[in-house]
Design a protein around this ligand. Sequence first.
Ligand code: SF4
Length: 323
Amino acid sequence: MTTGFVLTQEKELSLDEIKELQAEVRRLAKEKNAVILAHYYQRPEVQDVADFIGDSLDLSRRAAQTDADIIVFCGVRFMCETAKILNPSKKVLHPNPESGCPMADMVTAEQVRMLRSKHPDATFVAYINTTADVKAEVDICVTSANAPKIISKIPARKIVFLPDQALGGWIAKQVPDKEFILWKGFCPPHFEFTAREVMKLKEKYPDAKVAVHPECHPKVIELADFVGSTSQIVKYATTVEAKRVIVITEVGLKYTLQKKNPEKEYIFPESMNYCGTVYCCTMKGITLPKVYETLKNEINEVLLPEDIMERARKPIERMLELS
Ligand code: SF4
């Protein structure tokens, strides 16, 4: 195992130090009856201390069902908020409160209210990657794993989808009987991938299949053999017949893919994004020392106003029922 990522001011840990800290985190988790949830985009050394690794939908379900007293959520802020909303009696801890999702921050509750006054006949659908304030204003949430299925079941013809224009455009193609109004948000890391670099990879590896996350640009999605959420990409890439898979999503997923099926080769683009490589800076803002400090001292608790939690819970629960 290698840490690979050095994005913060924390000193880089040796493998022995990592192992020692991981053992201490696990000891604390047992002592405090805590569950550690980690998104696929987390650093490998953080994924290795988690009880569950998954995408937003998997982790929301885990958060809703857990019997633990404490949830340590290794992901970005909206994920921690979702865990708190679904299980408000639990203490939800976020190892780095600075780690938000830039895409979630591209739409505010006030903007949703304004849009609703313009489109009173529409059903408002929010990607799970939104703040609790925004969720409190919408009718239903979706994730990239369940969006087409859920939206096709909505009776209204007009759908306002926010905040991700790429995911919204991809869903619109699969649910052609609906009229979509798309908010112009985007995921900075996923939008960095270009069709040109994917075509180059296809030329270099003509035998490879291409798996793409739907937060990517539509021109990149067009080149895919498979489009799906991170969990769906894990299933596809580790079971498809091809020996090589070109994977167009955040590079943190490579660790899970290699662990699940080391027989295959997973090729990730080497393009540079706004923070210097292909990874999501805020996801990588969760470090093992931060997980340790947070759990040990029970700091960085996620707290939300009661009324926001109550209103935001409804669209999430609707999603969980329909998915
Ligand atoms: S990968 Fe994109 S959508 Fe996910 S947390 Fe990072 S910026 Fe947000």
